[in-house]
Design a protein around this ligand. Sequence first.
Ligand code: GRF
Length: 216
Amino acid sequence: MGKLKLGVLISGRGSNLQALINACREPAFPAEIVLVISNRADAGGLARAEAVGIATKVIPHAQFPDREAFDMALDESLRGAEVGLVCLAGFMRLLSAGFAERWRDRLINIHPSLLPAFKGLDAHAQALAAGVRLSGCTVHYVTPAMDAGPIIVQAAVPVTPDDDEASLAARILDAEHVCYPLAVRLIAEGRVRVSEGRAVIAGGGPCGPALINPRA
Ligand code: GRF
């Protein structure tokens, strides 16, 4: 069977894109990146793709009259590249309901919190303001409602008393770089099924014991 073809959508530095590039370099990894699209010409992630010969495309959202027209252009490029799974990786545009429906169960995102807690833009600040002892990241399917689709993979990290947004973001980002390739692999292996709004993972055993913070 051929590899699952990924289209990765970015707006910025692209460290999650890099994690996917690194994973795809492994010969046994069941997916390959065929196209990287950015809505910003200055996204640092574009150079990461170009450095390894992955096709890139800039589709500036400001050049379109509305969200639907922009999303149609995205859709056309993704279909042109025969993409089978779209991975949002720091893509800072909300997608239209029509796009989410067209790519239903073939569109995933990574978010820097343990959803459904702390949806939206400032997830790290929200976690710090709430005083939670654990936060983390979530890879989930994208549905028309923001940050609310079926959860595929989560990782928890501790929040320490002296954390600020930058230190918490860095700790979560390390976990993101493990979780995103894992989610893609599970999907590419055909082990993820969406049933009644939840993602069911075939053969997914439980992880280690509980992460308890503080330790005392
Ligand atoms: C990550 O924290 C991701 O969870 C969020 O946007 C950030 C993107 O970072 N959606 P990068 O561009 O992948 O480095």
